[in-house]
Design a binder for this molecule. Structure first.
Ligand code: BES
Ligand code: MN
Ligand code: ZN
Length: 491
């Protein structure tokens, strides 16, 4: 899609569709008023008749053209200005774009929502992003597509915003979200450690990111005993990827982004029931987010140093699979008694976190579809945040809020570590049923050497089983926007 920003009167934009955000209370925008005028007050009359209210997410299609202007209008409610958040506006815009992209159109335009505490540039970026993400489907393997990106996307901006740059930025971040979604949506027969690593090398070369792929021999030389333990159950050899982007060569500060890349999680010998296994191609969503956000940061030339570290394995049940009771030695020397082979993500991350620190990460964020327990705690749309350092945590939470992604900090009391005590090794890899997402985070904490670290458990938001009005089923690209915002905040 060719994205552009224009500051014209929207009733003069000859698009197939014009999306018009409307508020529930207070005055409508100048864009709305000019459209209402061009339609001789029709929009106001429909409001009086109760055809639309402006409630968040409520949409009304008007298939009536304005001479020399849009052929059709879609009114989309964005709620009351005082209740507006970036995530709420994102949701409404996604709903609007998804309403009208089931058919191929040449040109879709959108008025940028405004009001309340909405920051104008953020609203422009969110609008461009929704056009790019909302118009992209998941029919990778279907002959007949169900969603179509228009050839042209126009963002109708309010005067006074650095519009062209911000629209381009929204487009770049949208592309990154779509890349993460695509990587997750590719089926696990096609996307396994070697193929993910190949794809990552290609993408890195394309965008000028340094990329190093460690094969199983190099991983063994690096003594990543926990990651290798998990990998043993599969015929597919593991890979570790190190991505480097240096946008601030004058400083040594480097943000490390660490991604869980379990390309398929069968549970191993602690086998998952079939129903829970169905979506386990999504278990590399953290890895996909890291790679995709690196691409966006490089395209945006953010003045920050980034180290992406990705651990890729398949968790399978082959004859050489790691067993319950086995003791694995992590790269940092900690010994781990395996009590459940389905708690594999933390083993992969343990070694990759330690390696990322050796490779120069001074602060860390890891992303992992780590525990079902986090989904029980926070639901399917909110990522869990776990940290060993409050100022660093506050920065990630602030980045998420600005980016419009919902996260919630969980406690990290030391009492949760009790569950990990083992009689034969330094620790076990699982605790009891209670507080499982926190216990998993306490496990990871043993491998970050007191560096400022945040763990994002994205088991809930990474994957949507079936489409909803505001989101396509499949991989979601969760936390790509937050990571990019974090890298930009640092600047
Ligand atoms: N990949 C799963 C977690 C998961 C669950 C991701 C649901 C996405 C949706 C992880 O490897 C896992 O199996 N975790 C176990 C941990 C348990 C054995 C302590 C879980 O959550 O049941
Ligand atoms: Mn598992
Ligand atoms: Zn897993």
């Amino acid at each position: 899609m060719q994205l552009q920003a224009v500051a014209e009167n929207p009733s003069r934009i000859a698009a197939d569709w014009l999306i018009v955000p409307v508020v529930e209370t207070g005055d409508q925008s100048a864009a709305f008023r000019s459209l209402d005028e061009a339609l001789r007050g029709r929009l106001s009359r429909l409001r009086e008749a109760g055809d639309w209210t402006g409630k968040a997410g409520e949409a009304l299609e008007l298939r009536e053209s304005i001479d020399g202007g849009p052929a059709r209008l879609l009114l989309i409610g964005i709620g009351a200005p005082e209740k507006m958040t970036r995530s709420g506006v994102h949701r409404s815009l996604m709903t609007a774009v998804r309403r009208i992209t089931c058919k191929q159109y040449e040109h879709i335009a959108t008025v940028v929502p405004s009001g309340g505490g909405l920051e104008p540039a953020g609203a422009v970026e969110a609008t461009a992003l929704a056009l790019v993400v909302g118009s992209t489907g998941q029919g990778l393997y279907r002959a007949e597509q169900g969603r179509f990106s228009p050839h042209r996307g126009t963002v109708v901006v309010p005067p006074g915003v650095e519009a062209a740059t911000v629209v381009a930025r929204g487009g770049i971040i949208g592309d990154a979200v779509n890349l993460a979604r695509e990587l997750v949506n590719r089926h696990p027969g096609e996307m396994y450690p070697e193929t993910f690593a190949q794809r990552a090398s290609q993408i890195a070369a394309q965008f000028g990111i340094d990329c190093e792929v460690l094969d199983e021999r190099r991983i063994a030389e690096e003594r990543m005993g926990c990651l290798l333990g998990v990998a043993r159950g599969s015929d597919k050899p593991p890979r570790v990827i190190i991505l480097e982007y240096r946008g601030a060569p004058a400083t040594t500060e480097t943000i490390g982004w660490v991604g869980k890349g379990v390309t398929f999680d069968s549970g191993g010998l602690s086998l998952k029931p079939s129903d829970s296994m169905k979506t386990m191609k999504c278990d590399m969503s953290g890895a996909a987010a890291v790679l995709s956000a690196m691409v966006a940061a490089a395209r945006l030339q953010l003045p920050v140093n980034l180290l992406g570290a990705i651990g890729l394995v398949e968790n399978m049940t082959g004859g050489n699979a790691y067993k319950l009771g086995e003791v694995l030695t992590a790269r940092n020397g900690v010994t781990v008694e395996i009590m459940n082979t389905d708690a594999e993500g933390r083993l992969v991350l343990a070694d990759v976190l330690d390696y990322a620190i050796e490779r120069g990460a001074s602060q860390l964020v890891d992303l992992a579809t780590l525990t079902g327990s986090c989904v029980i705690a926070l639901g399917e749309e909110v990522a869990g945040v776990f940290a060993n350092n409050q100022p660093w945590c506050d920065r990630i939470v602030a980045a998420a809020r600005t980016a419009g992604e919902e996260v919630w900090q969980m406690p990290m009391f030391d009492s949760f570590s009790e569950q990990l005590k083992s009689d034969v090794a330094d620790c076990k890899n699982v605790g009891t049923r209670w507080g499982g997402s926190i216990v998993a985070a306490k496990f990871l904490e043993k491998f970050v050497d007191s560096k400022p670290w945040v763990h994002l458990d994205i088991a809930g938001p990474a994957f949507v089983e079936s489409s909803k009005p505001h989101i396509e089923g499949g991989g979601t690209g969760t936390m790509v926007r937050t990571l990019v915002e974090l890298a930009a905040l640092d600047a």
